[in-house]
Write a protein that binds this ligand. Sequence first.
Ligand SMILES: N[C@@H](CCC(=O)N[C@@H](CS)C(=O)NCC(=O)O)C(=O)O
Length: 319
Amino acid sequence: MGMLIDGKWESDDDKLVDDDGRLRRPDSAFRNWITADGSAGPTGEAGFRAEPGRYHLYIARACPWAHRTTIFRELKGLQDAIDLSVTHWLMAEDGWTFRPGPGVVPDPLHGADTVWQLYVKSDPRYTGRVTVPVLWDKQRDCIVSNESADIIRMFNSAFDGVGAGEGDYYPMELRGEIDAINDRVYDGLNNGVYKAGFAKKQSAYDEAVTDVFETLDWLEQRLSAHEWLCGDTLTEADWRLFTTLLRFDPVYHGHFKCNLRRLVDYPVLWDYTRRLFAHPAVAPTVDMDHIKRHYYQSHRHINPTGIVPKGPAMSFARD
Ligand SMILES: N[C@@H](CCC(=O)N[C@@H](CS)C(=O)NCC(=O)O)C(=O)O
């Protein structure tokens, strides 16, 4: 891993873990919003009107946060309106790159070799982490946003007047409930598995892994009464949960030591995951090879040999 300091790339060790051994995930730096009329969104500047062909999305197939954005691009039929580049699965001393490999889609706009070059192009003095996803504005030649939670909300509604498909995954009447579920799922599970996996002290790991399984137990309970997290309506909250559940047994159970139970040991959650997996928006976005190789080969501090396990033998397809 590495980071940019005043526009210069520094391959450092992991600086995200505090003295108490706990992972601290920094806030995303680019928080502008694409809106239907180009007015400012909840954060950042105005001037990013929804126009087909104007924006480009950079993602890694391995990354659960980037994965949400590709699911929303499919859900809303934005594949032709917003082009996609896909990084190499390996995140090593240059961070995310576009080096050739199966499933890699290079940067057609600048021919960038690395994602950090995109950050410097947008902000030559940038200091901070270089993360995916990145949503790029071709017109202003800058990053609109590098926060997946915001990007999925833009995709959900900003392009509705210019050709996006049906569907509202953040309906007005459910927003309070969705936000509350997201908060709990983010802290206990989406980020919880990372807190467990990247902990450098036993106490930090113990705390995180306990939260992970308390959150899964709570979800199992909640979903036994309803089809989706908010009852009969499939929402953003389900999609944000899905990308973590998909990675749970193949990666988080082994690599991040979240091994009290497996996803398949939760009958309700397992069935729910497979129902979401069967949604037509999902198949084009999943690359399990990128997912497994990324985690096991990139995080050498927790898997020094870089060996990628063969298992688990499991199928998300419903019989
Ligand atoms: N809050 C961001 C987090 C994105 C994120 O942390 N992405 C990871 C990949 S899974 C990354 O690019 N990490 C690189 C780094 O921290 O150096 C979002 O949801 O968009």
